[in-house]
Ligand binder design. Structure first.
Ligand code: ATP
Ligand code: MG
Length: 344
C-alpha cells in the first residue's frame, strides 16, 4: 500500500515564538510546500498540558499562525489551522491512549525533563502528550514530519503506535479492504543542517518558549530592532577571538551558538562565516550579527503585527484550514471507528 506523501508539523502556543522556533522549525516548513502536501498546525491542545491563561493562549495561537504566513507559508497551498477546531485529533488520541503502553510513555525523556521533580503534580495530559502528537500525525496518514532533535523520540513512539495498531487490528483492517497497513510508518524529515539555537545566556541550554530564565536569553520573533540588537550585544561569550574554522568552536558553546545563528540567518556554512570573521573579536562580530538579525527578523515581525491586527482575516484563514484538514481527517476517523468496533 502506498500512502500519499504528506507532511504534518506543529508548534504549540505555550509561550512567545523565538528565534529557535523560526530557524529550527518555521523556516524549514516553507520550501516543503513546493514538493509536498503540507499541513501546519497550531497545536493549542498540546499547549494546555501546562497551564495557559486563556487570553494568552488565544493571542499566541493567532501569532503562530501569523508567523507561519509571515515566514512564507501560503495558506492556499499549505493547510494552516489550530488543532482544537478539528475534534478528530482528540478522538484519535483517546484510541491511541489505549494502544500505547505505560512503559513506552514512561521512557519519554521530554516528560521527565518537563515534569522534573514535580512529576506527581503535573497534568495527566502532559504524560499523554506524545499520544496526542501521534494522533496529530496519523490522523492525516502523514508520511513525514520535519521536527527538531527534541521531538525525535516522540516520532519513534508515533511509529510504535502505528505498528501496534496495524498489527492488533490487522484482521479488521484487511476486512475493510486495506491490503497492508492502515497507518503509515512516518519518517523524520531531515531539513538541512538541524539548527539548535541555544540560550544567549547559557550555551548548554536550548532557547525555549517556556523555560527561559532571563529575558535577555531569548530573541522573540516580535522583538523590535532595538531589543534584538541589545540581546545580541549582551549575549554571553568567552574572551577568545573567533576561530578561523568550525573545529575551533569545540568546547565553546556560546561562540558556537552565535556563529551558528549568523550562518543560519545568512544561509552560509559556519566555515564560510569564520573565513570572514576568524581572528576578529566579539566587538566586531556582535554588531554584524545584530544588523543581520534585524534585517531578517524585522520584516517578519512587521508582517506578523499586520496579520494579527486583522482578526477577521485570521479567523477566516484558520477556519478554511480546519475545513480542509477535517476533509482529510473525517474519513480516516470513520475507518478507525469501524476498525476498533465502534457502532455508528
Ligand atoms: P516549549 O518550551 O513550550 O517546549 P519550544 O520553544 O521548545 O516550547 P515547541 O512548540 O516545543 O517549542 O517546538 C516547536 C518547534 O520548534 C519544534 O519543531 C522544535 O523542534 C523547534 N524548536 C524549539 N526550540 C528550538 C531551538 N532552540 N532551536 C531549534 N529549533 C527549536
Ligand atoms: Mg519544546
Amino acid at each position: 500500500m502506498t500512502f500519499t506523501p504528506r507532511i504534518f508539523s506543529g508548534i504549540k502556543p505555550s509561550g512567545d515564538l523565538h528565534l529557535g522556533n523560526y530557524l529550527g522549525a518555521i523556516r524549514q516548513f516553507v520550501p516543503l510546500q513546493d514538493t509536498h502536501e503540507t499541513i501546519y498546525c497550531v497545536v493549542d491542545m498540546h499547549a494546555i498540558t501546562v497551564w495557559q491563561e486563556p487570553e494568552d493562549l488565544k493571542r499566541r495561537t493567532y501569532e503562530i499562525a501569523a508567523a507561519y504566513i509571515a515566514a512564507g507559508l501560503d495558506p492556499k497551498r499549505s493547510i494552516i489551522f489550530n488543532q482544537s477546531q478539528v475534534m478528530e485529533h482528540a478522538e484519535l488520541s483517546w484510541i491511541f491512549n489505549c494502544v500505547a503502553r505505560m512503559g513506552w510513555m514512561a521512557r519519554m525523556t521530554q516528560f521527565k525533563d518537563k515534569a522534573g521533580e514535580n512529576s506527581e503534580n503535573v497534568s495527566l495530559g502532559l504524560f499523554a502528550y506524545p499520544s496526542l502528537m501521534a494522533a496529530d500525525i496519523l490522523l492525516y496518514k502523514s508520511t513525514a514530519v520535519p521536527v527538531g532533535e527534541d521531538q525525535r523520540q516522540h516520532l519513534e513512539l508515533t511509529r510504535d503506535i502505528a505498528k501496534k495498531f496495524n498489527h492488533d487490528f490487522r484482521k479488521q483492517i484487511a476486512e475493510l479492504g486495506f491490503e497492508e497497513d492502515f497507518f503509515p510508518i512516518t519518517e523524520t524529515l531531515a531539513t538541512g543542517p538541524a539548527m539548535r539555537v541555544k540560550s544567549l545566556k547559557d550555551g548548554s541550554k536550548k532557547m525555549s518558549k517556556s523555560e527561559s530564565t532571563s529575558d535577555l536569553a531569548t530573541i522573540y520573533l516580535l522583538d523590535d530592532a532595538d531589543a534584538v540588537a541589545k540581546k545580541i550585544k549582551r549575549a554571553t561569550t568567552d574572551p577568545e577571538p573567533l576561530p578561523s574554522e568550525a573545529a575551533g568552536l569545540e568546547s565553546r558553546p556560546e561562540a558556537e551558538n552565535l556563529v551558528g545563528i549568523y550562518a543560519a540567518l545568512s544561509n552560509q556554512s559556519v566555515d564560510a562565516v569564520l573565513a570572514g570573521f576568524g581572528g576578529k573579536g566579539w566587538g566586531a562580530f556582535k554588531p554584524a550579527l545584530a544588523d543581520l538579525a534585524v534585517s531578517v527578523l524585522s520584516p517578519i515581525a512587521n508582517e506578523m503585527q499586520r496579520l494579527v491586527a486583522d482578526r477577521g482575516e485570521m479567523d477566516r484563514i484558520l477556519r478554511d484550514g480546519a475545513d480542509r484538514a477535517r476533509a482529510i481527517a473525517a474519513p480516516v476517523m470513520a475507518d478507525v471507528r469501524q476498525i476498533v468496533g465502534f457502532i455508528r
